[in-house]
Structure formats: C-alpha cells, structure tokens
Design a protein around this ligand. Structure first.
Ligand SMILES: C[S@@+](CC[C@H](N)C(=O)[O-])C[C@H]1O[C@@H](n2cnc3c(N)ncnc32)[C@H](O)[C@@H]1O
Ligand SMILES: Nc1nc2[nH]cc(C(=O)O)c2c(=O)[nH]1
Ligand code: SF4
Ligand SMILES: [Mg+2]
Length: 244
C-alpha cells in the first residue's frame, strides 16, 4: 500500500526526529511522520500546506493556496517504514493533516515497526479500524471548537466524542484562543463525561509571545477546572518551521 505524505521541501517527505512538543508526551524524543490531506479546514491550521490546495474551495484564513504537487509525496509503506527505522527515536508520532484518513496504510506501517511506541495526533472525527488500533499506544485527540471555523456537525461528532471519552489511551487537547473557548471545552467535557485528568488546554499560536501571553490566563483556568496545560515546546525551540 501507499501513503500520501506532506513535504518539508518539494520532493522531500516530512519524516523527522524532534522532541514531542505538545500534550502528555511533551519532551520525549520522537520520530514524526506528517501525512497529507484533512477532512476539516481550521482557520488557524499551522499545517494548511497539507490540505489547502489550489482549487479547494473550503474556507481558510487567508488567500494563499498551496500547490498540491510541491506539497505531497506518495511513497510505498515499506519505504516509509525504512526511513522511520533509520532515525533514532523508538517513539513514532503520526500526524498530518488528518492521519486517520489513511488508516489502512497506517495499519500496515505500524505492523512493520513492532519496536516503536505509536502515538497518533487526530482531530477525533474518524474512527480507527481495529487493524490499526491494536498497534496504537496513545491517541492525542484535538476536537475543534467553534473558533476553528469548521461546521460543528463535521468537527464534533457525538458518536466519536463518546468513544474517545471512554478510551483510556486517548488524551484530549483543546486549542484555545480566548477564555470563551474554555467554556465551550468545559461544556464538552461535561456532556461526554471526559475525565479532566485526560484533558489538556493548549494555546492557539505559532509564535512564542502569543503562546506565553495566552498561557498566563489559561493556567488559571486549568487550575480552576482541574485540566492540564500544554505548551507548544517546538515553537519556542524552532519557530513555526516545517520538519521540526
Ligand atoms: C496540525 S494538527 C494534525 C493532527 C489533526 N489534524 C488534529 O487537528 O489534531 C496537530 C495539532 O496541532 C494543533 N494546531 C494546529 N494549528 C494550531 C495553532 N495555530 N495553534 C495551536 N495548535 C494548533 C491541532 O489542534 C493538533 O492538536
Ligand atoms: N515537535 C513537534 N511536536 C509536535 N506535536 C504535535 C505536532 C503536530 O504537528 O501534530 C508536532 C510538531 O509538528 N512538532
Ligand atoms: S484538523 Fe488538524 S490538520 Fe486539519 S485543518 Fe484542523 S488543525 Fe489542520
Ligand atoms: Mg504541529
């Protein structure tokens, strides 16, 4: 089978080693694989080059469209596995775009990497099939709130949220830009009975100054609700740069 990957430069697959910058595994040396395509269209998506292609008429934050050819690369799963195995970390973070859109090929990939701990970054709208799920150690689920600009019926699928709430391997990572977003996240936590210990609030932002400013009030709200806070370590270390 084949995987459609994002590129960090034209013709260069986005497979790289870095420190996990977000969520419960923050700070862990990891190998990242970034897949192309997404079923949502977040206004503030920091990887819009994985999905916002010229000719795609979904809403987006500015007028820039990306060239599909320059930003996608299709590789055989065995080739992707070889590239991952050649890097040192034995923790694999699969992200995108929305990686679960390519779950079949990911199941094959994970099967070729039995020594890797597998973590999946997902928007939480797609059910992982059993043949992939058996290989996954952790899901970092980031449901999209109203400020993402996605229609709620696409972004917040009740059956899926109910599933992730009851899945002990799933951690929730809500992206927050204003205190109102926290009210929306808290309402979801209550509705779906999500254990607060598995909930992270993470500031929206792609520069250190914005993240720090938002973390000042976000910290107080996390304390109030018993949620965890997630920084975006990679932004402080490397900026908003592909392949980091
Ligand atoms: C690019 S997404 C890819 C995985 C999946 N599509 C998702 O949304 O979870 C990876 C993570 O980055 C977060 N993210 C994207 N743009 C962001 C931004 N501008 N500020 C903060 N987090 C952002 C997403 O919410 C998600 O947790
Ligand atoms: N270092 C680093 N950590 C990350 N954690 C989640 C990421 C993502 O884009 O899904 C990400 C990323 O792009 N880089
Ligand atoms: S769901 Fe993830 S990849 Fe898709 S647009 Fe939103 S942040 Fe970007
Ligand atoms: Mg990222």
């Amino acid at each position: 089978m084949k995987l459609v990957l994002a590129t960090q430069a034209p013709g260069e697959a986005e497979i790289f080693a870095s420190l996990q910058g977000e969520g419960p595994s923050m700070g862990q040396p990891s190998t990242f694989v970034r897949l192309s395509r997404c079923n949502l269209a977040c206004q503030w998506c920091d990887t819009a080059y994985t999905w916002r292609f010229a000719g795609d008429n979904r809403p987006h934050r500015d007028a820039v469209d990306f060239d599909r050819k320059a930003n996608q690369l299709t590789l055989e799963v065995a080739d992707v596995a070889e590239r991952i195995a050649a890097l040192t970390p034995r923790r694999l973070v699969i992200t995108g775009g929305e990686p679960l859109l390519q779950a079949g090929a990911l199941a094959e990939l994970a099967g070729l990497l039995p020594d890797h701990r597998v973590e999946i970054e997902t928007n939480g709208t797609v059910a992982p099939p059993a043949r992939l799920d058996i290989h996954v150690d952790q899901y970092n689920v980031s449901p999209k709130l109203a400020h993402s600009g996605n229609p709620a019926d696409l972004a917040l699928v009740p059956e899926r949220l109910h599933h992730w709430a009851g899945e002990p391997r799933a951690f929730f990572k809500f992206v927050i830009a204003t205190p109102d977003d926290v009210d929306e996240a808290t309402a979801l936590v209550r509705t779906y009975h999500i254990p607060p210990a598995r909930v992270f609030l993470m500031p929206e932002g792609t520069d250190s100054a914005t993240l720090r400013e938002r973390e000042r009030w976000l910290a107080a709200l996390c304390l109030q609700h018993g949620f965890r806070i997630s920084d975006r370590l990679h932004i402080h270390l490397y900026g908003d740069t592909r392949g980091t």
